[in-house]
Ligand binder design. Structure first.
Ligand SMILES: [Zn+2]
Length: 121
Protein backbone atom coordinates (compact mmCIF):
# COMPACT_ATOMS: atom_id res chain seq x y z
CA UNK A 1 0.00 0.00 0.00
CA UNK A 2 1.44 3.36 -0.96
CA UNK A 3 2.23 6.12 1.49
CA UNK A 4 0.26 8.48 -0.68
CA UNK A 5 -2.86 6.36 -0.29
CA UNK A 6 -2.43 6.30 3.49
CA UNK A 7 -2.07 10.04 3.66
CA UNK A 8 -5.03 10.59 1.38
CA UNK A 9 -7.07 8.38 3.69
CA UNK A 10 -6.10 10.48 6.71
CA UNK A 11 -6.96 13.71 4.91
CA UNK A 12 -10.26 12.22 3.78
CA UNK A 13 -11.13 11.14 7.31
CA UNK A 14 -10.45 14.64 8.63
CA UNK A 15 -12.35 16.28 5.78
CA UNK A 16 -15.39 14.09 6.30
CA UNK A 17 -15.51 14.39 10.06
CA UNK A 18 -15.45 18.20 9.98
CA UNK A 19 -14.10 18.28 13.52
CA UNK A 20 -10.70 17.70 15.12
CA UNK A 21 -9.94 14.01 15.69
CA UNK A 22 -7.64 12.15 18.03
CA UNK A 23 -5.06 9.74 16.70
CA UNK A 24 -7.30 6.84 17.81
CA UNK A 25 -10.27 8.26 15.91
CA UNK A 26 -8.16 8.81 12.79
CA UNK A 27 -6.92 5.23 12.98
CA UNK A 28 -10.41 3.77 13.47
CA UNK A 29 -12.02 5.78 10.68
CA UNK A 30 -8.97 5.37 8.43
CA UNK A 31 -9.29 1.59 8.68
CA UNK A 32 -12.79 1.86 7.25
CA UNK A 33 -11.18 3.33 4.11
CA UNK A 34 -7.91 1.41 3.95
CA UNK A 35 -7.66 -2.15 5.28
CA UNK A 36 -4.60 -2.93 7.33
CA UNK A 37 -3.76 0.67 8.01
CA UNK A 38 -1.05 0.23 10.62
CA UNK A 39 -0.91 2.28 13.79
CA UNK A 40 2.84 3.01 13.39
CA UNK A 41 2.14 4.08 9.82
CA UNK A 42 -0.56 6.47 10.95
CA UNK A 43 1.74 7.89 13.63
CA UNK A 44 4.47 8.50 11.09
CA UNK A 45 2.08 10.04 8.56
CA UNK A 46 0.56 12.31 11.23
CA UNK A 47 4.02 13.44 12.34
CA UNK A 48 5.14 14.25 8.80
CA UNK A 49 1.89 15.92 7.78
CA UNK A 50 1.90 18.03 10.94
CA UNK A 51 5.46 19.20 10.31
CA UNK A 52 4.45 20.25 6.78
CA UNK A 53 1.25 21.91 8.03
CA UNK A 54 -1.00 19.69 5.91
CA UNK A 55 -2.75 19.03 9.19
CA UNK A 56 -2.71 21.02 12.41
CA UNK A 57 -2.41 19.64 15.93
CA UNK A 58 -4.79 21.11 18.50
CA UNK A 59 -4.27 20.66 22.18
CA UNK A 60 -6.68 21.28 25.01
CA UNK A 61 -5.78 20.96 28.68
CA UNK A 62 -6.33 17.42 29.96
CA UNK A 63 -7.24 16.10 26.51
CA UNK A 64 -5.43 13.95 23.98
CA UNK A 65 -3.93 15.86 21.06
CA UNK A 66 -6.28 16.20 18.12
CA UNK A 67 -5.71 17.00 14.48
CA UNK A 68 -7.60 19.03 11.94
CA UNK A 69 -7.15 20.40 8.45
CA UNK A 70 -5.77 23.92 8.22
CA UNK A 71 -8.63 26.41 8.25
CA UNK A 72 -8.66 29.60 6.23
CA UNK A 73 -9.28 31.57 9.40
CA UNK A 74 -8.73 31.07 13.09
CA UNK A 75 -11.81 29.73 14.82
CA UNK A 76 -12.81 28.79 18.34
CA UNK A 77 -13.46 25.19 19.36
CA UNK A 78 -16.20 23.68 21.45
CA UNK A 79 -15.73 20.67 23.70
CA UNK A 80 -18.72 18.67 24.91
CA UNK A 81 -18.55 17.95 28.63
CA UNK A 82 -20.46 14.69 28.16
CA UNK A 83 -18.92 12.93 25.15
CA UNK A 84 -15.72 15.04 25.04
CA UNK A 85 -15.95 15.44 21.27
CA UNK A 86 -14.40 18.63 19.99
CA UNK A 87 -16.15 20.70 17.33
CA UNK A 88 -15.07 23.64 15.22
CA UNK A 89 -17.23 26.68 15.76
CA UNK A 90 -17.87 28.42 12.45
CA UNK A 91 -16.93 31.84 13.74
CA UNK A 92 -14.22 34.10 12.45
CA UNK A 93 -11.93 35.01 15.26
CA UNK A 94 -8.72 36.81 15.92
CA UNK A 95 -6.67 36.09 18.98
CA UNK A 96 -5.72 39.25 20.83
CA UNK A 97 -2.11 40.32 20.52
CA UNK A 98 -0.53 39.90 23.89
CA UNK A 99 2.76 40.86 25.37
CA UNK A 100 4.35 37.77 26.85
CA UNK A 101 5.72 37.99 30.37
CA UNK A 102 9.49 38.27 30.62
CA UNK A 103 11.16 35.02 29.62
CA UNK A 104 8.00 33.43 28.20
CA UNK A 105 7.92 32.01 24.71
CA UNK A 106 4.32 31.66 23.57
CA UNK A 107 3.87 29.17 20.75
CA UNK A 108 0.14 29.15 20.25
CA UNK A 109 -3.26 30.03 21.60
CA UNK A 110 -6.71 28.52 21.57
CA UNK A 111 -10.19 29.71 22.37
CA UNK A 112 -12.27 26.87 23.75
CA UNK A 113 -15.93 26.93 24.68
CA UNK A 114 -17.47 24.04 26.55
CA UNK A 115 -20.95 22.79 27.19
CA UNK A 116 -23.23 20.02 25.96
CA UNK A 117 -23.44 19.11 22.28
CA UNK A 118 -26.72 18.57 20.45
CA UNK A 119 -26.44 14.76 20.46
CA UNK A 120 -25.86 14.64 24.23
CA UNK A 121 -28.68 16.99 25.17
ZN1 LIG B 1 -21.62 15.45 23.34
Amino acid sequence: MSQTRQREAILEVLRESGRPLTRAEILRKGRELVDRLGSATVDRAIREMTSKFYIIGVEFPGQPRRYELPAECEHPHFICRECELVYDLPVRMQLPKIKAPEGFDIRGGEVIYSGICSSCR
